[in-house]
Write a protein that binds this ligand. Structure first.
Ligand code: GCB
Length: 585
């Protein structure tokens, strides 16, 4: 599924803005009463893209479990007659059922990846009514995984649905990314795959184009950043040589374009020429050792929640540059395509993660989680499906250097071994070139799955969840731990999470937990251990910015481990990190 482009052959109509909105009063009310059959009544305004939770002052809506309904009208431009029409949703979290003029046209499960529907036959020439039912319930066969419990009290003697899950970010819901109507010629370019290798100074571009029509006129140009043609071909599938190629480098991106003309259609895909290799202690990009400096992030901000915010994304990239970071992980779900494009353009390296989070037991339940009634065959099938959708969406991004297939699963369980062996086999079949990882929080002796990965990634909270306040224990504990992970697996290691909750403005000397001084020291002590291990290939601090969480006694208005506040302003530690990372340039 190609990202929509606007050119002489294809046009886009954005369907963002204020939509009509209504919440189900009881589970599936809208489906039972067929709200999609006629215009929604008793509605409120709701912006798209945005989460709906923090827009109004209604607590029930913020904490709603179940379905909500969105509706808007649109017209198809007369000039688009005889074109193929497609409706595309950047993401709807977590379930979507889409109706056009009262008829279901598609449905999608999974809150962080795009989907689309061909509406050429269904869209009216005049006005059209688009209705979208959005559900936020997470079950064991969803990613993230979750489950529903029925809680009985005086007000709800029959029980009320409560959403349970084992991750800390707020379960924001809604139409989170842009909705677009676009047109293409009826015979069109369906998909493009590009892969690159480097031979001495030359780049080899291996591409494959899929179309919906019989072979006909095709012309492929490779253009450089000045738009000069540097190679060309007349084939659907080919390997072309770019002489003296400019490589896509971290911090210094260079993007070529694959410019494709097929019949009446035209599509231009930016891509980069770069290579990735691994040794026991190194991650090589274009043959040079790369050290990951950066963060685990979240798509999260005040009011709009997880809704795409281009201003925020540009600000985040500015801050990454300011602090001297070169990379981030899309913890704990795929980020908007707009962000991935920005990373391509700015040379920011990305570890691309699927939403396989919550496969753990932070709330102290006993027993296993990789069992028939929890994370089971159905979860596995869906996990593969999401990997396929993510690969399909992100395969051509040079910024993506590694896939992360899970965050902190209960990997000490014997049954997790088979599960993740299957998952890794599957992703390797899709992509034989990019390395695979998953981030682990169990003890090294207990871990059953990092053997399947190319890079060992560990999340470690010495001085916080382990030995809170004990600054002096961080360095020895982390160092011993790191050495054990490397000894066990013989692979490079990234510390993908470490940090401490910090209330901006709270100062204490000597430092105490939650103070800005403590966060700074905590990070320095962690870094001391990493610096003494030559197999450590990166440090991703948790987290880039403060973010909203589910409510709980451990969280005061959200997770405060951000190096930046939720408003994207620096805490004290940011300046020390900046000094360190800029020296490491
Ligand atoms: C973790 C999780 C992350 C949490 C973090 C924390 O290990 O991967 O999602 O936010 O810890 O701060 O507790």
């Amino acid at each position: 599924m190609l990202f929509p482009v606007d050119n002489e052959a294809r046009q886009i109509k954005e369907l963002n803005g204020i939509w009509k909105f209504k919440r189900d009063n009881y589970y599936k009310q809208g489906f039972e009463e067929k709200w999609f059959e006629k215009p929604l009544e008793d509605v409120i305004d709701m912006p798209v893209p945005s989460s709906y939770n923090d827009i109004t002052t209604d607590q029930e809506l913020r904490d709603h479990v179940g379905w909500v309904w969105y509706e808007r009208k649109f017209a198809v431009p007369r000039l688009w007659k005889d074109q193929r029409l497609v409706l595309r949703f950047g993401s709807v979290t977590h379930h979507a059922v889409i109706y056009l003029n009262g008829k279901e046209i598609t449905r999608h499960k999974g809150g962080f990846l795009p989907f689309e529907a061909d509406v050429t036959e269904m869209a009216n020439e005049g006005e059209n009514r688009l209705t979208v039912a959005v559900g936020n319930i997470l079950e064991w066969d969803c990613l993230p995984v979750g489950h529903i419990e029925y809680v009985r009290d005086e007000m709800h003697p029959e029980g009320q649905m409560e959403q349970k899950f084992d991750f800390d970010f707020f379960n924001y819901s809604g139409i989170h990314r842009p909705v677009r109507l676009y047109c293409t010629p009826k015979e069109y370019i369906e998909d493009i795959s590009v892969r690159t290798t480097v031979d001495d100074k030359d780049g080899m571009v291996h591409y494959e184009i899929k179309t919906n029509a019989e072979e006909k006129f095709i012309k492929v140009y490779i253009r450089d950043e000045k738009n000069q043609v540097v190679a060309e071909s007349n084939e659907m599938k080919d390997m072309v040589l770019v002489k003296d190629a400019q490589l896509w480098q971290p911090g210094s991106a260079y993007l070529y374009k694959l410019d494709i003309y097929f019949g009446q259609d035209h599509y231009t895909l930016p891509f980069g020429i770069r290579t990735i290799q691994l040794t026991e202690k190194q991650f090589l990009i274009n043959g040079k050792p790369f050290y990951f400096k950066g963060f685990g992030k979240h798509e999260d901000s005040d009011i709009r929640g997880k809704g795409l915010d281009e201003a925020l994304n540009v600000r985040d990239c500015e801050l990454l540059k300011w602090i001297g970071a070169n990379s981030f992980r899309t913890s704990h779900y795929p980020y908007a395509e707009e962000m991935m494009q920005m990373a391509d353009q700015k040379g920011i390296v990305v570890i691309d993660e699927v939403p396989a989070v919550g496969m753990n037991f932070f709330d102290g339940e006993n027993g296993g989680i990789f069992t028939e009634d929890k994370v089971n065959e159905k979860t596995l099938a869906y996990h593969k499906q999401v990997l396929k959708e993510l690969y399909q969406r992100d395969k051509n991004h040079p910024c993506v250097v590694m896939w992360s297939i899970t965050n902190e699963p209960h990997s000490s369980e014997e049954a997790s071994r088979n599960y993740f062996e299957e998952v890794t086999k599957y992703i390797r079949k899709l992509d034989s070139e990019r390395p695979i990882t998953g981030t682990m929080n169990v003890d090294v002796e207990e871990d059953k799955i990092s053997q399947f990965f190319d890079v060992v990634c560990i999340n470690r909270y010495f001085g916080w969840y382990v030995g809170a306040g004990k600054i002096e224990r961080i360095y020895p504990s982390l160092k011993t731990d790191l050495i054990k992970w490397h000894e066990k697996y013989g692979k490079p290691v990234i510390v993908t999470e470490y940090g401490a909750d910090t209330i901006a403005g709270l100062h204490k000397l000597p430092e105490v937990i939650f103070s800005e001084e403590y966060q700074k020291r905590c990070i320095e002590e962690n870094n001391k251990a990493m610096d003494e291990c030559d197999f450590v290939i990166g440090e991703h601090i948790w987290a880039f910015a403060d973010f909203m969480t589910a409510f709980g006694l451990k969280r005061v208005d959200g997770n405060k481990k951000g190096i930046f506040t939720r408003e994207r302003q620096p805490k004290t530690a940011a300046f020390a990190i900046r000094e360190r990372w800029r020296k490491m340039l």
